[in-house]
Design a binder for this molecule. Structure first.
Ligand SMILES: [Ca+2]
Ligand SMILES: [Ca+2]
Length: 177
């Protein structure tokens, strides 16, 4: 696969290192799901439901086995291996991955992502600079501070699967701004 795609996976890895300690571990899961439920002020069953869904997501799509720490080089070779072996299968897996996490992020279940949901999701993953996140949201050209869920999910899928540098990549641009 191309350097272009490999570099995007590195950005993705960094974005999952919620506590910025250079590795992805169960601590990142704890921090992201606690921040997320706090920001949305979820309580009781709703909070525990979201926490379970988030942990399941990390265990299914990010960790090689449940809760197992993953280094950047492991992460890159894992994605690279899947990609080289079966590109269609990889795209399918990444589609499931982002459909699943955005079902959680869309807390009010209206199949769109509003500015608050967007800001809270980024904060939960350790991206606290709200000005940058607001600029990233604007790249989606929202209407009434809202973007269809599909648009945001498709942008993420393209971020982690598309090796065509000539295509505009909103997520890459967002992380670089
Ligand atoms: Ca970490
Ligand atoms: Ca929503």
């Amino acid at each position: 696969m191309t350097d272009f795609l490999n570099n995007k996976w590195k950005i993705w890895y960094k974005s999952l290192d919620v506590n910025h300690d250079g590795k992805i571990s169960i601590e990142d899961v704890e921090e992201s799901r606690n921040k997320f439920t706090d920001l949305h002020q979820l309580v009781g069953d709703k909070s525990s439901g979201v926490k379970v869904d988030m942990e399941k997501w990390w265990n299914t799509y990010i960790f090689p086995s449940a809760g197992a720490e993953v280094s950047e080089s492991d992460f890159l070779s894992f994605l690279g291996g899947q990609y080289s072996k079966d590109k269609a299968g990889f795209v399918k897996n990444m589609t499931d991955c982002f459909n699943t996490i955005f079902d959680v992020i869309d807390t009010n279940k209206d199949r769109s992502i509003d500015l608050n949901e967007f800001i809270y999701a980024f904060k939960a993953f350790g991206h606290e600079n709200e000005d940058v996140v607001r600029k990233a949201f604007a790249l989606f050209k929202p209407t009434d501070n809202t973007v269809p869920l599909r648009t945001v999910v498709d942008a993420w899928i393209s971020f982690v699967t598309c090796e065509d540098e000539s295509k505009a990549d909103i997520i890459k641009k967002a992380f670089e701004s």
